[in-house]
Design a binder for this molecule. Structure first.
Ligand code: GLN
Length: 236
């Protein structure tokens, strides 16, 4: 037959992958528009070794979760925690990064523990494990919750004093602080869970299989560690 010209993508599977628009060091957009981070570099490397192509769509985490459930995207790679609840509606790839939820306050804040959050307002991110964790201890500690779609919005309101604390994943919060966000972490990681690549349950077995096969290869070749090291240095 005529065959497909070399480099032509027509014979490769093509996917739509959604991600969080602002979740460094896992994914974010640099000022020049380039999408970078551990998740996105990992996806690029996996697609290369597994021979598939994809279109990346950054959006709020909550919108990303919903677009996969609505069948508008094939997969989500967004520092997404593998939870029992999500396993009801998602299939997850190989767990790749362990994380937990921490509470951060303004650097100049006197607040040292959860008890001191009583009658105060805390910032949470819609649709996240951090939101669920805050909800689960809200009655016990007696705080009010205000929800935002972006992590950067959460940090801003804590910085400006519209909320006293933010609930965020530890590696993400630690990275932001290291990059100069003027907050400090006051709790140990809670609700610990691993991140996983997600597809709608039962709807995308081939993509999960390719992701896992590719992930295995880039771990074995040392490429995955290189990517983590690129963003976290020796602390990752
Ligand atoms: N790991 C958290 C979750 O899965 C937060 C993810 C995110 O904000 N991108 O809910």
């Amino acid at each position: 037959g005529l065959g497909v010209p070399k480099g032509h993508a027509a014979n490769k599977p093509h996917y739509t992958i959604v991600t969080d628009s602002t979740y460094p060091p896992f994914e974010w957009q640099m000022s020049d528009g380039k999408l970078v981070g551990i998740d996105l570099d990992m996806l690029k490397a996996i697609a290369k070794v597994e021979n598939f192509t994809y279109e990346l769509k950054p959006m709020s985490f909550n919108a990303a979760v919903q677009s996969v459930q609505a069948g508008q995207a094939d997969g989500i790679l967004a520092g997404m925690s593998i939870t029992d609840e999500r396993k009801q509606s998602f299939d997850f790839g190989t767990p790749y990064y362990e994380s937990g939820v921490v509470v951060a306050v303004a650097n100049k804040s006197q607040i040292k523990n959860l008890t001191q959050l009583k009658n105060k307002t805390v910032a949470v991110k819609t649709g996240t494990a951090g939101y669920d964790y805050a909800k689960s201890i809200q009655k016990q500690y007696g705080f009010k919750m205000v929800a935002y779609n972006d992590s950067s919005m959460m940090y801003d309101v804590v910085r400006t004093g519209n909320a006293v604390a933010a609930f965020e994943d530890q590696p993400v919060m630690a990275y932001a602080i290291q990059q100069g966000v003027d907050l400090k972490i006051i709790t140990k990681p809670a609700s610990t869970a691993w991140y996983g690549f997600g597809v709608k349950k039962g709807a995308n077995d081939a993509l999960i299989a390719s992701f896992n096969a590719g992930y295995k290869k880039i771990v074995a070749s040392g490429q995955y560690d290189k990517i983590v090291h690129r963003y976290l240095g020796d602390t990752g």
